[in-house]
Ligand binder design. Structure first.
Ligand code: I3S
Length: 130
């Protein structure tokens, strides 16, 4: 039930590697920069963690592996397959936030990107009724 105190405990969780790029920040178009991210869905928040290899010093330490690059609130967001003009890559998802930011998420393996599509869509649906 939506008003149950432990409702958020029912929100789905998932983690894995995805390719992602932020293309719009609060309505402002950004230059695409595809990078791989450890991606975590937890409590209605999607977090893209920085690729530890992107550390300019090249030293992979425990601390720089856990720095979030983007944190995306899924409440009020919309997810769907990106149109062909958004990217030449296959299996590209487009995620638009309520705040007017947009992300592309991509993975060559169909099952992996389909699982993310389903779980993000389901999470958004549950948050909407909250
Ligand atoms: O939408 P765009 O500008 O065709 O996106 C491509 C560029 O970001 C490109 O980098 P440069 O701006 O340095 O050329 C990337 O290498 C491509 O991957 C981007 O296009 P795709 O179709 O892969 O999303």
């Amino acid at each position: 039930h939506p008003h149950h105190p432990h409702h958020h405990a029912l929100l789905l969780e998932k983690a894995g590697i995805l390719n992602k790029t932020k293309i719009v920040d609060n309505g402002k178009k950004l230059r695409k920069n595809w990078t791989q991210s450890w991606t975590v869905l937890h409590g209605g928040i999607l977090t893209f963690y920085k690729d530890p290899k992107s550390n300019p010093g090249g030293n992979v330490t425990k601390t720089n592996q856990i720095i979030p690059e983007f944190t995306v609130e899924l409440r009020g967001a919309a997810v769907g397959w990106a149109s062909k003009d958004k990217s030449s890559k296959k299996n590209v998802l487009e995620l638009k936030t309520r705040q007017g930011s947009e992300y592309l998420m991509q993975y060559d393996t169909d099952s992996i990107i389909h699982d993310w599509h389903y779980i993000i869509q389901d999470t958004i649906k549950h948050l909407y009724h909250d």
